[in-house]
Every structure is written in structure tokens, then in C-alpha cells.
Design a protein around this ligand. Structure first.
Ligand code: ADP
Ligand code: MG
Length: 352
């Protein structure tokens, strides 16, 4: 038997999705096979401080799943370019960046791991960056012939310079109702449904509070479906799942605060729709050059049965109720096996 794999799990992080990441990390650490892995938990505080493994597990125990503001000093974790990431016990073999949103899912941490020359789970720098930018991924999906709902993007400076021009453009090209969202965030933070011009104003102000670019998209009236992808060069698609929010839409509250959203796994949809979605999920994964894992989200429009690709997430949630692990569970890959597979894929890619 080989030695155990030293698996570093990076969690927490500087984004608005910090809490979600902590919950994901907690369930992942409980699930990994201790015979197979030495887990090295590395918590990142909201202010961006990386905590040592000795300090990190305690952070998982806080009832609300958040980290206290960390001011304490400790010896640091060492990241050596071309070398390794090490703690006192030596270098780690592979890193699982379980970080959502900016400074984690967006290619920045992946770039650092490339510099350190260490294998890591999930997509590389480019795919991670594209997956984090709703404008760029929409462009790529469109240019690859995938169906997306009509959309526009607007930079903060343009909005500030001329509200009316932006509103005119939305009225002409998108119409109401529409959705406004920050271009580079997730977990529905800053996402609003706008039924009229007043709400569009408020929605754009809100979206742009979270970054310099916002997306405006025609509201699709229909069902929300998701498909999980796993693999490197020959990715596989899971069964399709459905999100059935109990609120107006799948907002932050529906995702993480209130119980009530139901997951349909597998979704109760006709076989041909499911096949279309699975094919599109693989297409989306390949189109951004993703690796390891991704969850691709769709809308199925009522009445027309048109399918639209909404977005790709390169680091999907891994909480016990998260769609990504549930879809694989329903496709014959239980949670612990899924982690094994993702680690294998990371090591495979690290060798190539
Ligand atoms: N064009 C749209 N039509 C209908 N609902 C939408 C649309 N865009 C977003 N939503 C709703 O808002 C939620 C969050 O938007 P999404 O684009 O998935 O951003 P995030 O990256 O924050 O998850 C979606 O899950 C869906 O419920
Ligand atoms: Mg989403």
C-alpha cells in the first residue's frame, strides 16, 4: 500500500461565498477516507489570511460556519515557486481549492498553484477565469452555437455616465422582466429580477456594487435544470437535476438560508430534453477548456421547451445538499468516490 495522499483542502476565502465554502469543506473533510488521505485543512479568512492546518479545523466548528476575524500570528505556510506547498509535516501532494467566487474560483489561486507546481483539483487558470466571468462565458457559448438567453453587459463607468442610454438599450434588446447580476460572482449574491425601469435602476446599482461589470439578461420563464460534469479529456455528464425554489427565483436566501427549495434528482423531464442538456453540458465544459469538474446550469422554457445555457460553475458547492455531489450520487458515484475521482483527475493532469 502506498503512503497516504496529503490532500490540502483550501476553503473559506475572500469572496461573498465564504460561508458556503466553509460548509462544503466541513462535509468534505467528514467524507474523505482517512485510510487514503491525510487531510491538510487550510482556511482562508475573509481578509485573505491563510491559516495553518493547526488553526484551521477549529474554524470549521463555529456554529454559523464563519471564521472569526483572524489577527493572530503564526508561522506561515510556505509556497515555493516550482517547489511545493508545505507545512511542518512536509509538502502536500494535491490541493482541492474548495473556494467559490473571486480569489478562488476565478483562476487566481489556480495561478498560484501553477507557480508552486502542485497538482490541484478542477479547472486551470483560463477555464477558471472564464467560468467566473458571465460575459466571457456567454460569448464563448454563443460562438460555439449554444443557446443563451438574450443578454447585455454594462461597465460601471458606462452606467454612471449615462443611465438613460443603458435603459434604452435594455428596453430595445432585452425587455422586461429581466435579471441583473454582477458579472463575476456567484451564489446569487447581487442578482435581482427587474420588472420595470425603476427596478432595473436598482438592480444595476446593486449588481455594480459587487464589481465593475454587470450582466442584464432576459428572464426565462421556466424550469431550472443542472448537470454535473466530471473528467478531463473525456468528461462525462451526470443525470440532470432540477432546482425548484420556493421563492421568486433561486436567490441567496433560497440557496442557503431558508429551507424550502427542492431538488429534483433526477429531474422529471422527458428523455430527449435530458439528452439535450447532457450534451450541452459537455459542450459547455469543453468550450471553456474546463477540467476535473463543473456544474452547468440551464433553463427549460415553458411553452417552447427551448433550453438555454445559463452558466458554468468550475467549483460547484459541495455541501451535503449541493447539487453536484447529489447528481453524481444519483449517477452511481457516491460522495467519497467522487472525491477520489477528482483527486485522481488532478494527479493525472498534474503529470501531463
Ligand atoms: N435569465 C434568467 N431567467 C430566469 N431566472 C434567472 C435568469 N438569470 C438568473 N436567474 C435566477 O437567478 C439565479 C442566480 O443567477 P445566476 O445567473 O445563476 O447567478 P449565480 O452565479 O449567482 O448563481 C438563477 O439560479 C435563477 O433562479
Ligand atoms: Mg447560478
Amino acid at each position: 500500500m502506498n503512503e497516504k495522499i496529503r490532500l490540502a483542502i483550501l476553503y473559506g476565502g475572500r469572496s461573498a461565498e465564504h460561508e458556503v465554502s466553509v460548509v462544503s469543506a466541513r462535509s468534505m473533510m467528514a467524507a474523505v477516507d482517512p485510510e487514503r488521505y491525510d487531510v491538510v485543512p487550510i482556511a482562508i479568512t475573509k481578509s485573505g489570511r491563510w491559516l495553518l492546518p493547526a488553526e484551521s479545523p477549529a474554524q470549521l466548528d463555529t456554529p454559523e460556519g464563519t471564521l472569526p476575524s483572524a489577527g493572530e500570528e503564526g508561522t506561515s505556510l510556505e509556497v515555493r515557486p516550482g517547489g511545493a506547498i508545505s507545512d511542518d509535516a512536509g509538502p502536500v501532494d494535491v490541493v482541492f481549492p474548495l473556494l467559490h467566487g473571486p480569489f478562488g474560483e476565478d483562476g487566481t489561486v489556480q495561478g498560484m498553484l501553477e507557480l508552486a507546481g502542485i497538482p490541484y483539483v478542477g479547472s486551470g487558470v483560463l477555464a477558471s477565469a472564464i467560468g467566473m466571468d458571465k460575459e466571457m462565458q456567454k460569448r464563448i457559448f454563443e460562438s460555439n452555437g449554444m443557446p443563451v438567453a438574450p443578454w447585455l453587459h454594462v461597465h460601471a463607468h458606462r452606467w454612471e455616465r449615462n443611465h438613460d442610454a443603458v435603459v434604452d438599450m435594455v428596453e430595445d434588446d432585452i425587455g422586461f422582466p429581466c435579471f441583473t447580476k454582477p458579472a463575476a460572482l456567484g451564489s446569487s449574491v447581487g442578482v435581482q429580477r427587474c420588472g420595470n425601469v425603476t427596478e432595473l435602476h436598482a438592480g444595476l446599482e446593486e449588481a455594480l456594487r459587487h464589481g465593475g461589470k454587470a450582466l442584464i439578461e432576459r428572464a426565462v420563464n421556466g424550469r431550472e435544470l443542472e448537470c454535473a460534469v466530471l473528467g478531463n479529456e473525456e468528461p462525462e455528464a451526470s443525470v440532470v437535476g432540477e432546482i425548484i425554489p420556493h421563492r421568486d427565483f433561486y436567490d441567496y436566501t433560497a440557496k442557503y438560508i431558508e429551507e424550502g427549495t427542492q431538488l429534483g434528482v433526477p429531474a422529471n423531464i422527458p428523455e430527449d430534453v435530458s439528452e439535450r442538456i447532457r450534451a450541452l453540458a459537455l459542450h459547455a465544459f469543453r468550450s471553456i477548456d474546463a477540467s476535473g469538474m463543473a456544474r452547468v446550469d440551464f433553463f427549460l422554457e415553458s411553452g417552447t421547451d427551448a433550453v438555454y445555457v445559463n452558466e458554468i460553475n468550475t467549483i460547484p458547492g459541495f455541501t451535503p445538499i449541493s447539487m453536484y455531489p447529489r447528481l453524481w450520487e444519483a449517477s452511481g458515484v457516491p460522495y467519497a468516490k467522487l472525491i477520489d475521482r477528482l483527486v485522481e483527475l488532478a494527479l493525472e493532469r498534474g503529470r501531463s
